[in-house]
Ligand binder design. Structure first.
Ligand code: ADP
Length: 448
């Protein structure tokens, strides 16, 4: 006889794990199915942090913020294409989600900023390390504490939807066995499709040849599984390229470095844009440079403010030098131009007025304390804003806006929240906020 669960969670990234933990705490019997051999999905690679406004941690640091401003800036960053109802829900629930994590011993108490935001609202671990690994290890501890069943190396191939409701799922494991699971509800948390080149190019032909920052499992299979039972999709062509990716390894250079005060310099040794603009705009400007790449430039003080910088040094991405002149020489850049760039920028920091490019945030320090560092970067495919449609209760919707009974979705598999461009720090917020909600609602749906 097939095994029975109340809730099957498909995918073990941040959305899936938050959902599984919450569903378990509602009293449901939960199974997590993950097609890869490890837990964590693309979430484990998340770098910068989790955005939220009006949080306890902001108050502790004396940061004044408002949900309304967070909403407006996310909408503007999304080119006003966002689903406004979902975005409102997102902003409203964000501070509770930060508290939910803290209650689960995953405290994001340090705060930085990302492009397109005017206020420090990107929550990250106290030691300023990358958020993804910290988040996944904390969620896994909670999963283990609850003895939640997990199947690795196993894909959900199909949702069984009969008599107008979810009945369970079909699985395929790495021994090519097909298994059937009975469950009244399923939470699809399978992430995006940035690593599915055919799918990316289908919607955006001009992105052919771009590297991706995503893990191999980001192939968008969850979208097809839901479409097969009638789910609608939205914004499938909205695909984000992240401006700062190390090209030989496809490794993401976190926005937190710019949020800590770094600048972007082209091969001519010049700044060319406001580094704290949104990812779509910064990417477009890098591609517009003659060499189609640029350098993230920072100094010792900025390095000390960001743990990831040491990771980049250890991985060999960073060119370092004792003086700006030596750095320019190593980069084969006109050092007069580079020195002038630093001088002009440092005056802008001093005056907190960037006359050249209008940068207004994260001009935290002058770049004047050696050693000096540079990483060569160019854009890469990073996030798929499109996906299946849901309502504010995370129920998956068909093309008539009707909920598919027992089908829930959360995380990057969902479309609409981020519109035409996702703000850095809004993906981690998205997966936790809607992961918790999906877990709660799926559990209640199954057990009613
Ligand atoms: P999110 O950020 O939305 O939580 P992630 O990319 O972190 O998304 O995690 C999604 C996870 O779902 C990945 O680990 C991926 O391997 C897994 N996954 C994708 N499709 C399937 C599937 N059909 N069956 C099981 N797991 C899947």
């Amino acid at each position: 006889a097939p095994q029975s669960y109340d809730v099957v969670v498909v995918g073990s990234g941040g959305a899936g794990l938050a959902a599984a933990i919450q569903a378990c705490d509602e009293g449901a019997k939960v199974l997590v199915v993950e097609k890869m051999s490890t837990i964590g999905g693309n979430t484990i690679k998340a770098s910068v942090g989790m955005n939220a406004a009006e949080t306890r941690f902001q108050k502790l640091k004396g940061i004044e913020d408002s949900k309304e401003l967070f909403y407006q800036e996310s909408l503007k960053g999304g080119q006003f294409k966002n689903n406004k109802v979902l975005l409102r829900e997102f902003v409203e629930r964000a501070p509770q989600a930060v508290e939910w994590l803290a209650e689960h011993d995953i405290e994001l108490s340090d705060i930085t900023i990302t492009g397109g935001m005017s206020i420090d609202r990107t929550h990250r671990p106290a030691d300023r390390s990358a958020v993804g690994g910290f988040l996944i290890s904390g969620l896994v501890k909670n999963l283990n504490k609850r003895n939640i069943d997990v199947m690795l190396d196993t894909s959900v191939t199909q949702i069984r939807y009969e008599q107008g409701a979810v009945q369970g799922v079909e699985l395929l494991n790495d021994e090519n066995e097909v298994l059937t699971i009975n469950a009244k509800s399923v939470i699809v948390a399978t992430g995006g499709f940035s690593a599915n080149r055919d799918m990316v190019v289908k919607y955006r032909p001009e992105l052919d040849g771009f590297v991706t920052t995503n893990h191999k499992g980001a192939t968008g299979g969850g979208i097809a599984i839901l479409q097969n039972i009638g789910a609608d999709t939205v914004d499938m062509g909205e695909i984000q390229i992240h401006p700062t990716v190390e090209q030989t390894t496809s490794y993401l250079i976190s926005e937190a470095i710019r949020g800590g005060g770094a600048i972007l310099v082209n091969q001519a040794g010049k700044r060319f844009f406001n580094e704290m603009e949104t990812r779509d705009k910064v990417s477009a400007q890098i591609i517009a440079q003659p060499e189609k790449y640029a350098y993230v430039v920072f100094d010792e003080q900025i390095r000390l403010n960001n743990k990831a910088a040491d990771e980049y040094i250890a991985r060999g991405f960073v060119i370092s030098a004792e003086s700006p002149r030596e750095l320019a020489n190593k980069l084969e850049m006109d050092f007069h131009a580079f020195l002038a760039t630093l001088e002009t920028y440092n005056v802008a920091v001093d005056k907190q007025h960037d006359a050249e490019f209008g940068r207004t945030t994260a001009m935290r320090h002058p770049i004047n304390q050696g050693p000096f560092y540079a990483i060569r970067i160019a854009p890469g495919v990073h996030h798929t804003m499109g996906g299946v449609t849901i309502n504010t209760e995370t129920c998956v919707l068909d093309s008539q806006q009707q909920a598919l009974n027992g089908a829930f979705a959360a995380g990057e598999v969902v479309g609409g929240i981020h519109g035409g461009n996702r703000i850095g720090g809004n993906a981690v917020a998205d997966i936790i906020i809607f992961g918790i909600l999906a877990g709660r609602n799926a559990a209640r749906f199954s057990m009613k």
